[in-house]
Design a protein around this ligand. Structure first.
Ligand code: ATP
Length: 236
């Protein structure tokens, strides 16, 4: 089963060109069925970690295995991983659906109606998929971006701050979406700088501060843990 674990990160280190160490000795894993929250304050190294996982930047040391295969840029396993790093810009005069089709066409991968429909259903876009995106609210845009990352139903879905700027009902909706996605052998990794959001949307959490892991485990254990964990991740 180990070889088929969606994500295993071991001894990850990332030093930038200026010598700044953004990520140090980071170890964690994401199992099928889990929604794992990578939680930490701004600058903790969350985006750096996610960018390494997506093959967008090379680690200085350590290893990333996606479904047992070592990840290198351009690696075919990337097709089993769907990601949203920065909110994509949508073409305002096209509908949500037209935007998703344009995005998918650019990936060069074959279109599959059944997967497309399932991804849209999980993302909960409803009829608004047929409206032009210039009429979308922030929450709708966020949901379309998430639907875009889900399009091929990747077995590992990685999202950077998907709840950013959402109101409480939208966060509750996100919980439903992510938990639903993490079924059928799929798994989700999301970053957030808010403990409450991770508490509400994730099954597990990996808490990072200053590039290092300070706590990890099932969300209920993390939340009930020492107050220092909560202090470390307070939004500053
Ligand atoms: P945020 O929520 O603000 O995105 P984060 O936890 O995602 O925070 P990172 O974006 O990974 O944190 O940044 C971690 C640290 O690495 C920060 O101190 C940042 O200034 C630094 N950093 C990020 N990218 C670079 C880069 N290209 N060159 C040098 N330092 C960088």
């Amino acid at each position: 089963a180990t070889a088929e674990t969606p994500l295993v990160v071991t001894g990850l280190r990332k030093a930038y060109g200026d010598g700044f160490v953004a990520v140090e000795r980071v170890d964690f894993r994401v199992e099928r069925g889990q929604v794992v929250g990578l939680l930490g304050p701004n600058g903790a190294g969350k985006t750096t970690t996610l960018r390494v996982l997506m093959g967008l930047t090379m680690p200085t040391a350590g290893e990333v295995r996606v479904f047992g295969y070592q990840l290198v840029p351009g690696s075919p396993v990337l097709s089993r991983l769907g990601a949203l790093v920065e909110g994509p810009g949508f073409l305002p005069h096209l509908t949500g659906e037209q935007n998703l089709r344009a995005y998918w066409a650019a990936t060069g991968r074959p279109w599959a109606d059944a997967r497309f429909d399932e991804a849209l259903e999980i993302a909960g876009l409803g009829d608004s998929i047929h409206r032009r995106t210039n009429n979308y609210s922030h929450g709708m845009r966020q949901r379309l971006a998430i639907a875009q990352a889900m399009l091929g139903l990747p077995e590992l879905l990685v999202l950077d701050e998907p709840t950013d700027g959402l109101d409480p009902p939208q966060i509750a909706e996100m919980r439903r979406v992510l938990k639903r996605y993490a079924t059928d052998g799929r798994a989700v990794l999301v970053s957030s700088h808010l403990l409450a959001e991770v508490e509400q949307t994730c099954t597990h959490a990996v808490v990072v501060n200053k590039g290092r892991i300070v706590a990890s485990g099932p969300v209920d254990d993390i939340v009930g843990d020492s107050p220092s964990v909560q202090l470390d991740v307070s939004d500053q």
